[in-house]
Design a protein around this ligand. Structure first.
Ligand SMILES: Nc1nc2c(ncn2[C@@H]2O[C@H](COP(=O)(O)OP(=O)(O)OP(=O)(O)O)[C@@H](O)[C@H]2O)c(=O)[nH]1
Length: 133
């Protein structure tokens, strides 16, 4: 694997991270994307990186589980807010058992969670598991 350059500016580091991601995406069953729901100032950055993954051809059919973490913090974003700020309002495909097998639709959902409180992510992983072949 190519090593990442060190002592680079933010843009070069971002590009290097993208290159590393692209290099690693040969066999991916699913993507779990963890967002800090309490850090609203970084939602734009989270959206940018998520958009790059969603645009990656090798992930076109791969289920995406978006976890909005830290909901134990009172000022954390709600699921609706996170959906809006990540630009996913028209792209989530539904919780529960939604059969997407005969469609070209990539499974994508948001589940809110608190890793420290051990809550929320179990439902997300259960949702995702139905789409892993
Ligand atoms: N309150 C709360 N804290 C959490 C939760 N999950 C992780 N943390 C804490 O978040 C801290 C990790 O820092 P983050 O800033 O979230 O992540 P990071 O990857 O280190 O840093 P960034 O890439 O800058 O976001 C640790 O102190 C964890 O204990 C959670 O569900 N609730």
């Amino acid at each position: 694997m190519p090593s990442l350059p060190t002592h680079q500016g933010p843009n070069q580091l971002f590009q290097a991270q993208q290159a590393k991601i692209a290099f690693n995406l040969a066999h991916v069953d699913a993507v779990v994307y963890l967002v800090d729901a309490a850090d609203k100032e970084r939602f734009a950055e989270s959206k940018k990186e998520l958009d790059a993954l969603l645009a990656d051809d090798s992930l076109a059919t791969v289920p995406f589980l978006i976890l909005g973490n830290k909901i134990d913090i009172p000022y954390a974003a709600s699921e609706e807010e996170l959906r809006y700020y990540l630009g996913l309002s028209n792209f989530t495909t539904g919780k529960g058992n939604v059969n997407l097998a005969d469609s070209n639709v990539r499974p994508l959902e948001i589940f809110m969670c608190s890793v420290v409180r051990k809550m929320g992510y179990g439902e997300g992983f259960k949702w995702m598991s139905q789409y892993i072949k």
